[in-house]
Design a protein around this ligand. Structure first.
Ligand SMILES: *Cc1c(COP(=O)(O)O)cnc(C)c1O
Length: 394
């Protein structure tokens, strides 16, 4: 069976009492046991019976098992948000006195976590250029606990060489941790490229219709004891497990991920090509364009799929705001990979709480608009963008 087929037909862990065809939502905090001996087995991890929904719930386990079927991972843990997946993972691998080697090109809250919050617990950030092998080698020292990156950085759209980073990480006995939110795991196998642990915001491609916030940690079993500690230590002590209702919605989303992604990706390619012909757009940044500096590397790593996020450059912040305000079809919202196409000005919103100099060091420009391409007809999207740009000239 192909992965997609097995993901659709993932079996329930136990037969449902009413033979429901969809996994029921088990809205329960606790589970009852026949006797104290089986209770001990459940609490001590000797059986797969759930004991408490902070660490295991049948509806969430079902969602995790679908992701396992799609990725072939050793362990998959669903959390309450992408940020929970990232923070729990980093708190699992780091400790006071350790450092994380990463980049300034990162999702805003991940940057604030690594360069800010974790610092208060004695974990430092060694931020460097992850596309520069010598710079990465220099940033790693005896106290480094991991190398952390995003597959396509947002909004800079930078792609680092995963095999090169994996070689450095593994030479030093470190895990390579990648946030793969930008290209779904149905499209490429991160572990084949040397990634030990994947973190994903399932809020994005997986939830589909922007139904819910969620995160995934996908562990390929190459980092000793990580998966077990995530469940037995991080979930228990930090308490950020996914809730059953969210798992139910995201399970439905996951089943159509592959189909939706194909359309969104095709739309993004079509638009990127057409938009670069429009006067008024300084630059279209999309790794699927042949002359993009990361095109060849992205093709080698992720295959022909280049995601459904692109950015365009206009002449000024004012032009960006005016453009966004004139959009009629495309929605003014954050989030990525919703069924609906979304537009946002990252510098003043997602990165709005950073100082000008911080934004400059992160290469977050005042002239950039981020577009997340949805499932609409590409001609309608193009017409909306064209009319919004034309207003800028008047
Ligand atoms: C959205 C996003 C996150 C955070 O995920 P949430 O589900 O919003 O907590 C992390 N990384 C990337 C690349 C994202 O796009």
């Amino acid at each position: 069976m192909k992965k997609q087929t097995s993901a659709i037909h993932t079996q329930f862990q136990r037969r449902d009492a009413y033979d429901a065809i969809s996994m029921p939502v088990y809205h329960t905090a606790a589970y009852e046991f026949d006797n104290s001996a089986v209770m001990v087995d459940a609490f001590c991890g000797r059986s797969d019976s759930p004991d408490y929904s902070r660490v295991m719930n049948p509806t969430v386990t079902y969602f995790e098992n679908k992701v396992k079927a799609l990725t072939g991972a050793h362990e998959v843990i669903a959390l309450s948000s992408g940020m929970a997946a990232i923070s729990n993972t980093l708190m699992c691998v780091a400790a006071a006195g350790k450092n994380i080697v990463s980049s300034r090109h990162m999702f805003g809250n991940t940057y604030a976590l690594i360069a800010g919050t974790l610092g208060r617990f004695g974990i430092s950030a060694h931020l460097t250029d992850l596309t520069d092998e010598a710079a990465v080698e220099q940033a790693v020292d005896a106290d480094t606990c991991c190398i952390y990156l995003e597959t396509i950085t947002n909004p800079q759209m930078e792609v680092a060489d995963l095999k090169m980073l994996a070689a450095i990480a593994h030479r030093h006995g470190l895990p390579l941790i990648a946030d793969t939110t930008m290209i779904p795991f149905t499209e490429f196998c991160a572990h084949d490229l040397g990634v030990d642990i994947e973190v994903v915001s399932s809020t994005k491609y997986i939830s589909g219709g922007a139904t819910s916030i969620g995160g995934l940690v996908i562990d390929y079993g190459s980092c000793r004891d990580f998966g077990r500690r995530m469940r037995n230590e991080m979930l228990l002590n930090l308490g950020a497990y996914m809730t059953p209702h969210v798992a139910y919605m995201q399970t439905i989303g996951l089943e159509t991920l592959d189909a939706r992604y194909r359309i969104q990706h095709t739309n993004a390619c079509t638009l990127a090509r057409k938009l670069r012909q429009l006067p008024g757009i300084g630059k279209v940044n999309y790794i699927g364009l042949e002359d993009n500096p990361f095109h060849d590397l992205a093709l080698r790593q992720f295959g022909p799929s280049a995601g459904a996020m692109l950015t365009i450059e206009l002449e000024s912040r004012e032009a960006c705001f005016a453009f966004i305000d004139r959009l009629k079809l495309i929605r003014r919202a954050t989030n990525l990979f919703d069924n609906k196409t979304l537009a946002i000005h990252p510098a003043s919103t997602i990165f709005g709480n950073f100082s000008d100099s911080q934004r400059k060091s992160m290469d977050v420009l005042d002239t950039t608009i981020r577009l997340s391409i949805g499932l609409e007809d590409a001609d309608d999207l193009f017409d909306d963008i064209r009319q919004a740009l034309e207003g800028n000239k008047q």
